[in-house]
Design a protein around this ligand. Structure first.
Ligand code: ZN
Length: 180
């Protein structure tokens, strides 16, 4: 008898938990849907991006910004790369889950004298015994960027972002960094 009663009890707890989770999911989706997504890079991040290019140039390093603002649709397309479409996996997040989708991230690469764009963490073309890539990363950090190469787990070496203290969930719910 006691055994049967506790089975009923477990079923009840599981049911209530699932219901709670479902309600959470519905509210979560509703909160996300009611917020317009940004359509361009955040002005402060744009300013810091330009300063990064200039300061790197002062050290004899030419960089190109390969990506800054990316719409949620573009992010979804990118996510499919290496999954349902050809190529290698370049991102682990879908639309709305990347700081790029809120105009708060940039990706850079090095540009050589002949115009070739490279992703090379070792080279030292300005011959100061320091990796050019890491010099750019240092400048980025001085400007207030966080570097994807510091992430635990999946490392994104070209990636620099500014979160203004906001998590992706807070951004999904419509919180935005101040413009000035
Ligand atoms: Zn990135």
């Amino acid at each position: 008898m006691g055994g049967f009663a506790s089975v009923k009890w477990i079923i009840r707890v599981v049911f209530v938990t699932l219901l709670g989770f479902l309600v959470f999911l519905i509210i979560d989706e509703m909160r996300k849907k009611n917020v317009p997504m940004p359509t361009e890079i955040h002005p402060i991040v744009a300013e810091k991006r330009d300063q990064l290019i200039q300061r790197a140039a002062q050290k004899g390093i030419t960089i190109v910004i390969t990506d800054d603002f990316r719409s949620a649709e573009e992010q979804d397309e990118l996510y499919e790369r290496g999954r349902s479409t050809e190529g290698t996996v370049v991102t682990h997040v879908e639309g709305g889950e990347s700081y790029h989708n809120y105009g708060l991230a940039i990706d850079f690469a090095l540009q050589l004298k002949d115009g070739t764009v490279v992703w090379d963490l070792e080279r030292d073309d300005n011959k100061n015994e320091k990796s050019d890539w890491m010099e750019v990363v240092s400048i980025g950090k001085e400007l207030g960027f966080e570097w994807g190469g510091d992430w635990v787990g999946f490392k994104d070496y070209p990636h620099l972002e500014m979160d203004f203290g906001l998590s992706i969930r807070e951004l999904q719910y419509g919180e935005r960094p101040p413009v000035r």
